[in-house]
Design a protein. Structure first.
Length: 266
């Protein structure tokens, strides 16, 4: 059975409630399908603000599917739950080829980041065709490899403003790809956990010296998977600061909500 975002039940609290991992704020949510140039159908979800202008669009690229990564990986799930309401940000999530989640399974099989080029291009094309403005790639772990490998070359480069990387391992992405980002001049923000399993802040700073415009932030206490509300909230604050004019504010995005909300089962 495919999860239906319309199944969320919203209630109005009597007083503001703390925003927790399972808190779902109002948005216009729809299940989507994205077709790639090589004929694969990818499943996903698009979450839009209920009203008002869209301030930015996040095209999210998830962690490694062979190690449990998918469109519902927790930072992206929380982005879709919160950012349309808190910041007017549209969140596009999808499963790369062969990846399964409660939303369903995308066609194809995992291709080590090679065939996934078509997935990135298709997701960006979908966002363009839907008229979603101010488009940014957001990659996490394996997703950072896809952003680095394909985000600074056509047909993607001219369709996105820049990219935000969470926990880049720099396994598949090479200095060649970093130099392509440098040449593009596009903004690149790199969030590196202090206790990352693959690339820690000091080494990341050295590797990303090839991209003069890169903004690298080491996050004290964090690990590769950004487990814990403190770290997930920090990531969302940094993303909103980068992609919107208003930013997350001096204190970060609100941690309480006074309007209707739902509670996700997982």
């Amino acid at each position: 059975m495919t999860f239906d975002p319309a199944s969320f039940v919203f209630t109005q609290p009597e007083a503001p409630v703390a925003i927790r991992a399972s808190t779902v704020l109002p948005a216009r949510r729809e299940n989507i399908e994205i077709e790639t140039e090589d004929g694969k159908v990818l499943v996903g979800e698009l979450a839009l603000p209920e009203s008002g202008a869209i301030t930015a669009t996040l095209i999210t690229l998830h962690p490694l599917p062979t190690h449990g990564g998918f469109m519902d990986s927790h930072v992206y799930r929380k982005a879709s739950y919160r950012l349309p309401a808190l910041a007017g940000v549209a969140v596009l999530r999808f499963n790369t080829r062969g990846t399964h989640s409660p939303r369903g399974t995308s066609q194809g099989t995992f291709e080590e980041g090679i065939g996934e080029r078509y997935d990135v291009e298709a997701a960006v094309r979908f966002a363009v065709e839907r008229g979603l403005p101010n488009r940014w790639l957001v990659g996490w772990s394996f997703g950072t490899e896809l952003a680095l490998m394909y985000g600074a070359v056509e047909p993607v480069a001219s369709q996105v403003e820049g990219a935000i990387l969470l926990s880049p391992p720099l396994h598949r992405a090479t200095d060649v790809h970093l130099k392509e980002w440098a040449a593009s001049g596009k903004p690149l923000t790199v969030l590196v956990p202090e206790h990352d399993d693959f690339l820690r802040p000091a080494e990341a700073a050295e590797r990303f010296r090839l991209v003069p415009q890169a903004r690298l932030l080491g996050v004290d206490g964090a690990k590769h998977l950004w487990v814990g509300e403190k770290y997930a909230a920090r990531v969302l604050d940094e993303i909103v600061d980068d992609v919107t004019d208003a930013g997350a504010g001096a204190e970060g995005l609100p941690r309480e909500w006074a309007g209707p909300f739902a509670t996700a089962s997982a």
